[in-house]
Write a protein that binds this ligand. Sequence first.
Ligand code: COA
Length: 182
Amino acid sequence: MLPGTAAHAPAVFKIAELQKYSPEKNPKAGYLISKYSIDTYSHYAEQGFLTVVQKGSALAGFSVVIPWMNPELESSRDRLKPFLSELTLPDVMQIVLLDQIASHPDMARSGAGTSLLQNFRRHYPRHTILSAIMESPVSNAASISWHLKQGFLRVATFSAQEFCGFQNYQSGLYRFLATTSE
Ligand SMILES: CC(C)(COP(=O)(O)OP(=O)(O)OC[C@H]1O[C@@H](n2cnc3c(N)ncnc32)[C@H](O)[C@@H]1OP(=O)(O)O)[C@@H](O)C(=O)NCCC(=O)NCCS
């Protein structure tokens, strides 16, 4: 487990490309994410938001985790705000957003995702982690299964008119509660 650096950004970008939703590959499931450039991943690495996990010399996965009040999240906060109002959440300073997580398809289901979660829980032991997963028009079944397996709870549904080129999409909002005893 390593802090991501600008040098990792091209390989991170490649994993995101490989894991992106593709109607040709699978019209019913996939990873719908904001398209970040290599420069954006470099920028996130410089901010300390990017973590990578390696298996040997290959990059097995990455995550981008951003503190909720960071200016980078302004548009996500605006998008999610109406759906958060009914939740009992801790102080906003105690929330982080799991913005992106992906493992290399060749290394799927070998624990890369779990290592990344363990890592950011170590960094944010008293923070609540929020995560949003597309459910309609395509349902990201692998991600839903992974989040539930890790102990995330589905706490809200949100919808909006446009995301990643999809109209009228619906996502589930998942929450991982902080374990204050740690
Ligand atoms: C979600 C993701 C990060 C999990 O990474 P991973 O390295 O495979 O995760 P781990 O090995 O730690 O955990 C494996 C668990 O994830 C879930 N999972 C992973 N791939 C799956 C698949 N193709 N179908 C169903 N469940 C899957 C299962 O719960 C699995 O447990 P199991 O093997 O006992 O059934 C990975 O599937 C991925 O990169 N998906 C594409 C990107 C994405 O959708 N990211 C989340 C956006 S919200």
